[in-house]
Design a protein around this ligand. Sequence first.
Ligand SMILES: Nc1ncnc2c1ncn2[C@@H]1O[C@H](COP(=O)(O)OP(=O)(O)OP(=O)(O)O)[C@@H](O)[C@H]1O
Length: 305
Amino acid sequence: MIEFDNVGFTYQHAADIKRAKRRKRVAAEPRADWGNRPDEVWALRNISFTLDKGEFLGIAGHTGSGKSTLIQHINGLLTPTEGRVLIDGEPVGNPETAAKSGIGMVFQYPEHQLFAASVYEDVVFGPRNLGCSADEAEERYRKAMDRVDLDADALRDASPFGLSGGQQRRVAFAGVLAMEPTVLVLDEPVAGLDPKSREDFLQFIARLHREQGLTVVMVSHAMDDLARLCTRVLMLNQGRMHALGTPAEVFADGDQMKAIGLGQPAAQRVGSKLMAKGIDLQQPDGLFTLETLTSAVAQVWKQRA
Ligand SMILES: Nc1ncnc2c1ncn2[C@@H]1O[C@H](COP(=O)(O)OP(=O)(O)OP(=O)(O)O)[C@@H](O)[C@H]1O
């Protein structure tokens, strides 16, 4: 279970601590009033929620609303200025301890972090660092490559830099999966991919969630993707929680989304507009998806014919 307990974060505060540590003026503890200056900009404020094992949480929000800042608290890359982040009741340490406790982080454009001379070395770098034997690293390499639909034998000695952009991203992803995480944190994982690779990737993330039982936290600007994949959505606005609930609860209210500069998922938007124009569509329990909207329109069409 992941718990955010009244978390606030300012980059100013983090930079102050770093500077002060560098100058050795203070020990690890910050001054008590840091983070509470009236002129300080809070990237996150009053964030409280819990995420159970096996959930798929989507994080939405306007640009600069704090999405990336929030997820970097899950793997200990950032430390709260106030409040606490707990994983299974324990405070998150640093990225290394977080990786050991099963948090896998996939950053935006993860292929930019490829570094090794061969695909094999890149994928097993993390497991070897965690102390895996050569045999276990080999097994993890095969499993991870299989999960991302890449040929483990054919690509083993290939340079990751000679692969296509989509393949590079898969290799980077395999490197995270080889650490065998139980929680996968993804920052806009399909940004910059062509439509087919985009869909392949999303389906592959959905499979990891559904079949392997992974807990997934995914930042995305694509409301349609969040609506169809997530069990819950957290919507941020200016560093604060604007809404948290099922996709239906969060996305159904178009006005609420418009107020913070976001649009509803496309099928819901079209469905709502048709209904506002007097077309009596059979509304599903939750949101309109492409499928339920198509059936509802077809039903009205048939009745009129
Ligand atoms: N390294 C940094 N130093 C100072 N301020 C930062 C830093 N990174 C982000 N910020 C600020 O913190 C706030 C939250 O930024 P963050 O990147 O978390 O938002 P985001 O919702 O992920 O945005 P985007 O959708 O554009 O990626 C913004 O005001 C941003 O300008």
